[in-house]
Ligand binder design. Structure first.
Ligand code: PEP
Ligand code: MN
Length: 371
């Protein structure tokens, strides 16, 4: 599969990184036009984004203004000479967008998670020549993401880019969605030339984290950024915490440090660097997991104190060692290594629980003295 570069999509002048920006949702004509006027004035934006059908996790939240916003987007094109992109989730959405001259379609994370929907969209795109952005699915399933790219490509669509928006975490983490950078890097290795754009807004979930995630994406040689920008984020009807205001967007654009990629003579990114980037991302997740484990240790410390249970129980520790080394063997990890690793984790866990117990004892004595 060959994928044309972003710069060739509309024969634009070279523009790196490729910037897609706009509100999470189109809310009113005034809001859309005010944001478009500002973004145009920055001279940095390649594509204006706005959601008009919003797939929401919970019912009863704002689910978009629907087709009437397509007229506002036509105004963005005619008044500000910006190309526009809209999220589509069904053949009906595609038909409405094509009728209104939308330049680029994007398929959201929830839709990509469902191969039936992607298939329907792919059917509807047969014979249509329009660029399509494909977000990663909610879960970190690279095959599902690659499959969506393949399905859309098999409809005859050539201009395709993947959008990395992070993956739903099973626990609360610093980010709204875990970046798991090793996954977009692997997608890029599997599908040479596929442009990959990062969506730091949905990864971050918080405006103050967008800058760091954007810089990370640049350091990993992502081809562009898709950023949510709102004239008044606090009043936004969706994703209010993560949208940037105008000043934040301008300072982000001014602060980005863009590196030149190290490429080999065939034009591929340096393999070793790509592998190191994957390892970095996995180490980051290891630390997050260790932090979750230590949190649970604290809760166990409290429980043991309340129920008068000793911190260390030998049979439990032996069972931990046995099951972990067995599992390690299945994954080709030396038992002696797993044992060392588990011992380290266990020692730290015991240290934390003992500290909690000592603390609780002190406050317990304190209370009994007061009585
Ligand atoms: C969006 O871009 O506003 C959106 C709904 O994104 P995602 O599909 O990544 O959740
Ligand atoms: Mn959003």
């Amino acid at each position: 599969m060959e994928f044309p570069s972003l710069k060739s999509w509309f024969g634009d002048v070279e523009h790196y990184p490729y910037i897609i920006a706009g509100p999470c949702s189109a809310e009113s004509e005034e809001q859309v036009l005010a944001i478009a006027a500002f973004l145009k004035s920055t001279g940095r934006v390649n594509l204006f984004r706005a959601g008009i059908w919003k797939p929401r996790t919970r019912p009863g939240t704002f689910n978009g203004v629907g087709v009437r916003a397509l007229k506002w987007l036509q105004l963005v094109k005619s008044e500000y000479d910006l190309r526009v992109t809209v999220e589509v989730a069904s053949p009906k959405h595609i038909e409405a967008c094509l009728k209104h001259g939308i330049d680029v379609l994007w398929i959201g994370a929830r839709t990509v998670s469902n191969p039936f929907s992607v298939e329907e969209i792919s059917e509807a795109l047969k014979g249509v020549d329009i660029p399509v952005l494909i977000k990663n699915p909610l879960n970190p399933d690279i095959d599902l993401w690659q499959g969506a790219v393949e399905r859309i490509s098999s409809a005859g669509i050539k201009r395709i880019a993947a959008v990395h928006r992070g993956f739903s975490p099973f626990e609360r983490t610093l980010y709204r969605n875990m970046p798991k950078w090793e996954i977009p890097i692997e997608l890029r290795q599997r599908m040479a030339n596929l442009p990959v754009i990062c969506d730091p807004s949905h990864i971050s979930g918080r405006a103050d984290l967008v800058q760091g995630v954007s810089q990370k994406a640049m350091d990993l040689m992502m081809n562009g950024l898709m950023i949510e920008v709102h004239s008044n984020p606090r009043e936004a009807l969706s994703d209010s915490a993560q949208q940037l205001d105008f000043n934040q967007f301008s300072s982000l654009m001014n602060s980005l440090i863009v590196r030149q990629p190290t490429v080999n003579d065939k034009g591929f990114l340096n393999q070793l660097e790509e592998l190191r980037n994957q390892v970095d991302s996995i180490d980051f997740q290891l630390i997050e997991l260790v932090a979750s484990r230590m949190n649970i240790s604290e809760r166990m410390g409290e429980y043991k104190f309340k129920n008068n249970v000793a911190v260390l129980q030998m049979e439990r520790w032996l069972e931990i060692l046995r099951t972990r080394t067995e599992h390690g063997t299945l994954r080709n990890i030396e038992p002696a290594f797993v044992e060392r690793l588990m011992t380290l984790l266990h020692q730290e866990s015991i240290r934390i629980q003992t500290a909690i117990l000592d603390n609780l004892k002190v406050s317990d004595d304190h209370w009994s003295e007061e009585e």
